[in-house]
Structures are given as structure tokens and as C-alpha cells.
Design a protein around this ligand. Structure first.
Ligand code: PGA
Length: 254
């Protein structure tokens, strides 16, 4: 049985003080929640303070991105070992905003995922199609390519608990337009099958697949009651404690 995992991706939002206020509320209110894993992904400048504040709670601190090299002449970059040093236990790689605006190809996403796992952290590998790709009937092919690149060279059987796939249709991110539970489930089931073919059915059963794209308190329960949807990657609605807490509670197995 997979434990659902709900992660708040704060993107480029919140000062250190604002981040601490939010996680303090999450820590107080989610301390007793059972049956669901929770994480937050603050901006790099707040990450260490957030991780310190979350000490003693089960809420994980996550990086939003990292570089694939560990150290060296890479001005402006942050590496997976340095994120671990700052208190992160998970790192998101291949978010569609990284792919669209910062040139992250699936090959680069794979290098980043390998660097994250090598640093002993968990990798949340994002995949998802553009609207034009969905309209052209290419959703599953696009997702397959992104999975092949993002998981290249990874022994998922050994690392199943440290790999999470986040299916985020790009047309649903920040648009208020969510995939229907059936649309999401179709792609999630396809991803599970891809993982079973590529690795083993046991490994595919153990890897969690999050849904992301305009998840809110009003749609979270319907999405997460689908068989292959194991939690959520939440953007906008993770910036308000009440909304994020409601989404976390909706992810509990009933
Ligand atoms: P959204 O973002 O919930 O604001 O649509 C999701 C994401 O980008 O991870």
C-alpha cells in the first residue's frame, strides 16, 4: 500500500518570515495527521530556516530544483548535496516551468534525478504534456519520453521509495483548469504500466505518482480517490495554510 505524498511547491513566493509563519502553522496543525506524507518546497533562501523549524515534525523540506554537479564553477546553481546539508530530504526535478523557461531537457532532468539520489535524497520527477500535445493526441508519447529521460540510468528497484513521479499536465498548472479525475487516472495508470514494463510490477506498485495542476480543496478528494493517484504536487493552493491542510486531509486513505 502506497502512502500518499502531498507536497506544496511554493515556487518564487514568500520571504523567510512568511515561510516560517506558514510552516509553523502546518507543523501545529498537521502534526497528528496519519496515513499521508507531507512536504513543502520553499525558495532556496528560506530552505534552511524552514527545515530547522520543521525539525521534530514529519513534514519534509524539499528543494524546487538543483544542479546535476556537486560543486565547482557553476555560478548561481545549488547542488543536491548542498540541499541535503541545508536540511532538504526531497528535490523536485523537471518541473514544467524549468523545462519551459530554463531549458531543462529530459536528459538534464535525468542527470538531476541521478544527482539527487546519489546525494541520498528523494527525487520528485515531473512529467506532463502541453495543451497542443494533448490536442494532437500525443499525451502518452510525451510522457513516455519524459519518463525515459528522467529515469535514465536509475535503478528504480533499489530506490522505489525515493522516487516519486509527478504528473502535471502543463495546461492545468496555475490555470484553474484541472484535469478531470478520469483524465488524470488514465495517464497515471499509463505511467504505472510504463514503470512495470521498464522495471518490475513490484517496483511500479511501490512508486508513488502525484497529480499536479490546480489542485484545490474542492477537487483534491475526487482526484486522490483514483486508484493510481498517490497524492499531489500543489502550487497556488499550498501558499495558504488552510487550503493546503484541507488538501492533505483529502489525501488520507478512507
Ligand atoms: P498549481 O501548480 O497548483 O498552482 O497549478 C502546480 C505545480 O506547478 O506544481
Amino acid at each position: 500500500m502506497r502512502t500518499p505524498f502531498v507536497v506544496g511547491n511554493w515556487k518564487l513566493n514568500k520571504t523567510i518570515a512568511e515561510s516560517l509563519a506558514l510552516v509553523t502553522e502546518l507543523k501545529n496543525q498537521l502534526g497528528a495527521v496519519k496515513g499521508v506524507a507531507v512536504g513543502v518546497a520553499p525558495v532556496f533562501t528560506s530552505l534552511h530556516s524552514v527545515a530547522k523549524r520543521l525539525e521534530g515534525s514529519a513534514i519534509a523540506t524539499c528543494g524546487q530544483n538543483c544542479h546535476f554537479e556537486t560543486t565547482g564553477a557553476w555560478t548561481g546553481e545549488v547542488s543536491a548535496p548542498l540541499l541535503a546539508d541545508a536540511g532538504a530530504t526531497w528535490v523536485i526535478v523537471g518541473h514544467s516551468e524549468r523545462r519551459q523557461f530554463f531549458g531543462d531537457t529530459s536528459e538534464i532532468v535525468g542527470k538531476k534525478a541521478r544527482a539527487v539520489l546519489a546525494a541520498g535524497l528523494g527525487a520528485i520527477v515531473c512529467v506532463g504534456e502541453l495543451l497542443a500535445e494533448r490536442d494532437a493526441g500525443r499525451t502518452l508519447a510525451v510522457v513516455d519520453d519524459q519518463l525515459a529521460g528522467g529515469l535514465a540510468g536509475i535503478d528504480a528497484a533499489a530506490a522505489a521509495s525515493k522516487i516519486v513521479i509527478a504528473y502535471e499536465p502543463v495546461w492545468a498548472i496555475g490555470t484553474g483548469r484541472t484535469a478531470t479525475p478520469a483524465q488524470a487516472q488514465e495517464v497515471h495508470a499509463h505511467i504505472r504500466k510504463w514503470l512495470a514494463d521498464r522495471f518490475t510490477p513490484t517496483t511500479a506498485d511501490a512508486i508513488r505518482i502525484q497529480y499536479g495542476g490546480s489542485v484545490k480543496p474542492s477537487n483534491a478528494e475526487a482526484l486522490m480517490s483514483e486508484k493510481d493517484i498517490d497524492g499531489a504536487l500543489v502550487g497556488g493552493a499550498s501558499l495558504e495554510a488552510a487550503d493546503f491542510i484541507a488538501i492533505v486531509k483529502a489525501a488520507r486513505p478512507s
